[in-house]
Design a protein around this ligand. Structure first.
Ligand code: GLC
Length: 424
């Protein structure tokens, strides 16, 4: 899959140069840009399943005067964020529509980089309830949810069956199976995304939330992380590395490396987003048909996922905001949302699709994913989210890599978060 994407990306870069900026302000074939209507660019993080170009082709065929050019930024959330911000700050306005991570809504809205939207224009009532909240800031809608996401536990069904075990519902079960079953079958126990970047913030927050703890209060300011629950959550991660059931290689994993390790048949358990299901079922996977996905485990039953995903926002400098809003309506329509799942292997935001029997047959993890999404918790909603996330990543990575106690890690994190609050 990767080489196709890499080749596609080269081509995209050429297209952007040839059509994207050249089209700005000029009349494209088949239409004349007037006022808020005309060609535009859509900036997004790496399209890991390579489907979005096809979806946009559909729009382009029907709207020759309002063509959209896809600008694919890096896979990693952090790098995409910084490239978007560089553009937005410079006022260069290269990006008209932005596919922003749900974690950035507050920051982008507070900085004035994205424009508020009229709620009445979008069918928010047919979206899964928790996702709409991730696109609002200060009571206003600043983006329209496009893709949602919840972490799931992928497990090797064949191995657990041979060992006479069921997929774990609690950390204690996961830990026991990762310690005792995995080595018998030559496998690493458990991995997630543990490189210091946004993915580690997600994994750490899930561990804390799943133990009943929190990082910041609902106001996004008060530091609440120094608690027994947070110590238990972070302890799950640090103990895993210390005791060897989390392989040390996982300290350098983002989503893609961890997906590869699982589909190469190197892991018993993997925490990842549902997109990994498609790769692990693919022709080049060694585990196709031999794995399952269940909700993340927690202290005494299923845990809590972080709510992931992305929303579509209109840049405050958008050249053609009317066309940008229509494009967003198209991408969040039921028809395109179905393709988000069937071609993109990404969780759609439209609630009805999770109960469509034909889709459930084809994507057997949908009911478990829906349950995870409905109980998923957002990341702290802070306009200074980046600093908060950087502190979480750094502290948790150090604790995992250097075998620090979770008590020391949580104390250090509380101190760093308080310092961020004081600097405001
Ligand atoms: C996924 C999620 C996103 C999260 C990122 C972290 O892309 O959808 O919300 O921030 O992973 O790596």
């Amino acid at each position: 899959m990767r080489w196709i994407r890499a080749a596609g990306r080269g081509l995209l870069a050429v297209l952007v140069v040839l059509t994207g900026y050249a089209a700005s302000g000029t009349a494209p074939a088949g239409g004349t840009p007037e006022g808020g209507r005309g060609p535009m660019t859509l900036a997004t993080a790496g399209d890991l399943t390579g489907y979005l170009g096809r979806v946009l082709d559909g729009w382009n065929r029907a709207h020759p005067g309002e063509r959209v050019t896809l600008v694919e930024l890096p896979d990693s959330a952090d790098e995409t964020r910084s490239q978007m911000i560089t553009d937005l700050r410079s006022g260069a306005g290269r990006f008209d529509v932005l596919n922003i991570d749900v974690a950035w809504t507050s920051e982008f809205a507070a900085a004035g980089w994205i424009a508020p939207l009229d709620r009445a224009r979008f069918p928010l009532g047919s979206f899964l309830p928790p996702v709409v909240d991730t696109a609002t800031y200060d009571g206003k809608l600043y983006a329209v949810p496009y893709v949602t996401n919840a972490g799931m536990l992928f497990y090797r069904k064949d191995v657990l069956e041979k060992a006479g075990e069921r997929p774990p519902r609690t950390w204690a079960e996961l830990e026991r199976q990762a310690r005792t079953v995995a080595p018998r079958y030559g496998l690493g126990g458990y991995a997630g995304q543990f490189l210091p970047y946004e993915g580690l913030t997600v994994n750490a927050a899930e561990a804390v939330y799943s133990a009943g703890g929190s990082i910041l209060g609902d106001d996004g300011e008060r530091v609440t992380v120094d608690s027994p629950a947070a110590r238990a959550g972070i302890g799950f991660l640090t103990r895993g590395v210390r005791d060897g059931w989390i392989p040390r290689e996982a300290l350098a994993y983002t989503e893609e490396e961890s997906r590869q390790a699982f589909q190469d048949g190197r892991l018993l358990f993997l925490r990842n987003w549902p997109y990994a299901y498609a790769g692990a079922s693919g022709e080049d996977s060694k585990v196709a048909g031999r794995f399952g996905a269940v909700p993340l485990p927690g202290t005494d039953g299923p845990g809590t996922s972080v709510l992931g995903g992305s929303s579509l926002a209109v840049s405050s400098h958008a050249r053609h905001p009317e066309s940008a809003r229509d494009l967003i309506a198209y991408l969040t329509s039921e028809r395109v949302q179905r393709r988000v799942l069937t071609e993109g292997a990404l969780p759609p935001v439209r609630a009805a699709l999770y109960e469509d029997p034909a889709l459930v047959r084809r994507f057997p993890y949908l009911p478990a994913l829906r349950a995870s999404l409905l109980t998923a918790a957002p990341r702290p909603k802070s306009p200074h989210y980046e600093q908060v996330s950087l502190a979480v990543q750094a502290v948790v990575h150090d604790a995992m890599a250097q075998g620090q106690t979770s008590a020391a890690a949580v104390r250090r994190l509380a101190g760093e978060l308080a310092a961020i609050a004081r600097r405001r």
